[in-house]
Write a protein that binds this ligand. Structure first.
Ligand code: 59Q
Length: 484
């Protein structure tokens, strides 16, 4: 049974980040599973005390002593913890034979959370993700509702209910084999919520919103990683509360070192972002973390996640590593399937802002090493645009418009004809096989490798045979355009 145990209580009153890390370590290493409600309340109280408007001004100018936090008394936590437990226990009659959760039970817990929420509030606001927000303000964001349902089921003794996460939605799995699924929260704006329904097997389940049926299925420990990932240090649109960001970074390292981020690419990406801002001495460098997130998505989720590549591409872009950025974005483009406005915005920004910005810099400067002379860059760029065009072909709603075409033409035209001529568009599988045999070059999930393992850049082979989604899922070879 999880819970607020004596060895946790002795850590109070909590005065430092190290005390909080110790509390999380106790819970993560305890023989019984970590208590989601307790940890979400503690993280939420600290986040809100350091980011609320009342002391926002203070936080921006306050010098930071040895990771001090506003004192957190045990009473504060106990009152909130007991309040959450009583909400759950009163609302859901305790049928004696516990066993596995049922759809009715999950829907009931979702209803308890749902019906407690404030009638109308700005759902996308920051700091609405924790049980502190739920218990003190009756407000939760989309993720927060799903998390609260799982924490509620844990508190009722249903340890089979777990959080399922895509890159833009959350739901739960439950039942004897963990194969039952249920919507428990809303998604996006103006969409009727489907709470209580199972995740369809149809087209929608294959969309990006459900990451083509490759969601992150959380263990209890990964649910702790999700609440830590959801910590939001932002004070306002330009500043972060330093101690909240440091707490999140230390907790993510704790979870990383305990192995609970292995199958959670976005959490690894979150840690990479924090490490890029302020590297922790003697730890894995952020560049490697972004690569680990990509490897995790390829290993555990059949390369159906986009964010690991856009985390990585964003890192390369910020560090002026434009060639590498193109490759990451091309890889991201290969993943996308059907339309979804959230991911559409990501690609719109890359295609119509970030890439044109790079082209402007590269074509104005006189750097001899310019990407404009590199066939591989041109090949990756075509692959990026090709993926988006496939997206257009596969989607119900139109994706591209003149706003995409102008930057696209401008970008392509920046490459000299002799560079473009070195990229050989291979149009069918048999031709591709011939080339692959000749060059001994193959893609293994976009790593350019020769059979002998050396990295071959110049003879990357990229063909534009129309990728049909089904075989694309499984084919070990990346559809490819040849740059000889
Ligand atoms: F690709 C990079 F530019 C990104 N930078 N931040 C990104 N985020 C921030 C963190 N984030 C996440 N980080 C950890 N876990 C989750 S679960 C989830 C979906 C939902 F909110 F539950 F509905 C989102 C998400 C969403 C993606 S992607």
């Amino acid at each position: 049974m999880a819970g607020f145990r004596d060895l946790d209580k002795v850590l109070f009153p909590i005065k430092s980040i190290n005390n909080v890390v110790q509390l999380f370590r106790n819970q993560l290493e305890s023989p019984s599973e970590p208590d989601l409600a307790l940890l979400s309340i503690v993280a939420g109280v600290i986040e809100n005390s350091l980011t609320s408007r009342s002391n926002a001004a203070l936080q921006v100018c306050e010098p930071v002593e040895q990771n001090n936090l506003p004192i957190l008394e045990i009473k504060t936590v106990e009152i909130l913890y007991d309040k959450f437990r009583s909400i759950m226990l009163n609302a859901v009659d305790q049928n004696k034979a516990k066993g596995f959760a049922t759809r009715d039970l999950v829907k009931k817990v979702s209803d308890v959370i749902w019906n407690s929420l404030t009638r109308s509030y700005y759902k996308d606001r920051a700091h609405l993700q924790s049980l502190y927000s739920f218990l003190s303000g009756n407000k939760l964001d989309c993720f927060g509702v799903a998390f609260a349902v799982v924490a509620g089921c844990q508190c009722l003794g249903y340890n089979d209910v777990h959080l399922a996460l895509s890159e833009d939605h959350a739901w739960v799995i439950f039942g004897e084999n963990g194969t039952e699924t249920a919507e428990v929260t809303w998604h996006g704006k103006g969409n009727e919520d489907k709470r209580g329904q199972e995740i369809g097997k149809g087209v929608s389940a294959r969309s990006w919103l459900y990451v083509n049926n490759k969601p992150v299925i959380c263990t209890r420990h990964m649910e702790v990683a999700a609440l830590v990932s959801a910590i939001n240090p932002s004070l306002n649109s330009t500043h972060d509360a330093y101690e909240v960001a440091l707490l999140q970074q230390e907790l993510l390292w704790l979870l990383y070192e305990l192995g609970h981020l292995k199958k959670y690419p976005m959490a690894i990406g979150n840690l990479g972002d924090l490490e890029e801002i302020a590297a922790t001495e003697g730890k894995v460098p952020c560049k490697d973390l972004f690569q680990e997130a990509v490897t995790s998505a390829r290993s555990y989720y059949s390369n159906q996640h986009v964010y690991p590549y856009t985390y990585q591409g964003g890192y390369f872009y910020r560090n002026k590593m434009y060639e590498e950025a193109f490759e990451s974005w091309a890889n991201a483009s290969d993943v996308i399937r059907l339309d979804d406005e959230e991911i559409y915005k990501e690609f719109l920004e890359i295609a119509n802002e970030l890439i044109p910005h790079i082209m402007k810099i590269e074509s104005s400067g006189f750097s001899a090493n310019t990407i404009l002379k590199k066939p591989k860059c041109f090949a990756d760029l075509l692959r990026f645009y090709d993926g988006i065009c496939q997206w257009e072909e596969g989607s119900a709603t139109p994706v591209l418009h003149i706003g995409w075409a102008k930057p696209l033409v401008l970008t392509i035209s920046k490459f000299d004809a002799d560079v473009r001529a070195q990229v050989n568009i291979v149009c069918d599988k048999s031709e591709e096989d011939k080339l692959l045999k000749k060059n001994g070059t193959y893609f293994n999930n976009n790593n350019y490798e020769k059979e002998n393992g050396s990295t071959a850049v110049s003879d990357s082979v990229v063909s534009t045979n129309v990728k049909n989604h089904s075989d694309k899922d499984n084919s070990p070879f990346h559809p490819s355009i040849e740059a000889l």
